[in-house]
Design a protein around this ligand. Sequence first.
Ligand code: FAD
Length: 336
Amino acid sequence: MNFEEYKNLWVFIETFQGKPKDVGLELLNEGRRLADLTQERLCAVIIGSDVDESVAKVTAYGVDDVYVVKGKEYENYCSDSYGDAMAKLVRKFKPATILIGATHNGRDLGSKVAVTLQTGLTADCTNLDVDQETENVIWERPAFGGNLYAQILCADSRPQMGTVRAGVFKKGEPDDSRTANVIEVDIHTPQELITTKLREFIKGEEPADLKPAEANIVVAGGRGVGSKENFSIIQKLADELDGAAVGASRAAVDAGWVPHFRQVGQTGTTVTPELYIACGISGAIQHQVGMKDSATIVAINKDPDAPIFEIADYGIVGDLFKVVPELTKAIKELKA
Ligand code: FAD
């Protein structure tokens, strides 16, 4: 394989009903940093039937090129059609690196394309860098149940591919005056290759309030909260803080006290809020992976040796059933 032929960094922009998902826009920001390190072009890839809004959006977020594949067969995500289009694009334009959001569809697409092209894919990355000498991306991800971080290189094949979790990187600032080179590529997938068909789209229940990944402040509860009913004290504290969402550890989710969309950590969401308040959470590595990059971490735990205190900026050793209502009361008084 001649590595010289492979150039530029691509970000796959997953869309839903014509709109780009945030994770793709987050990856453009990190993609720009990596592309600058290797002096390559940053390119977005958009596959769909209705792409105009997504093209405008990625242009505003800042890309050099946008590769567009348009067709009726790409109206909804499907492994067969998207996998085929992406593999054809890669064979034609030979990118060095491809970043894909680690959503359900992104994970599916990444593995399909990597197998088709016989190249390497690192799944579910939580950090990225570049070895400038070899231009290998250093893909970092939790390994062995999150007990250590592995740095993985794809040193023998191109393109080097990776999926990255939503919320790991922040979006840049959009600017509508930016322009990009839009390259419409005439690629189509024959119907006989499409073995799955979307019969119906059933919309799931939308959470009534903010999701942890969208919030500036996350108040999270763990096993120490003790029951579904007790989560009301976590909710009350979140209600007093503007723009706060309730989060949870896996233990609280597994116990059925809160729905899974609130879970923070390796098998939940990654959050990077301004403030993260962990209540009755021990701070297992799998939880830390999802919240350690929060700007300020406050931990409330009755065990002074709980690992969460090792990463907390402020620690309160005490009973959350006393501390949390006191904190809620104090914030209410401050606001009055
Ligand atoms: P515990 O570890 O039981 O801690 C409860 C804490 O509450 C203790 O520190 C205790 O001192 C404190 N406490 C109890 N009562 C009070 C009180 N009244 N006042 C104050 N403090 C009190 N976990 C996640 O959170 N997110 C994930 O995404 C995730 N993914 C995982 C993936 C894998 C592959 C594996 C193996 C595990 C994963 N886990 C995840 C589970 C993780 O290892 C821990 O088991 C889990 O985070 C523990 O949750 P916890 O801190 O709420 O419970």
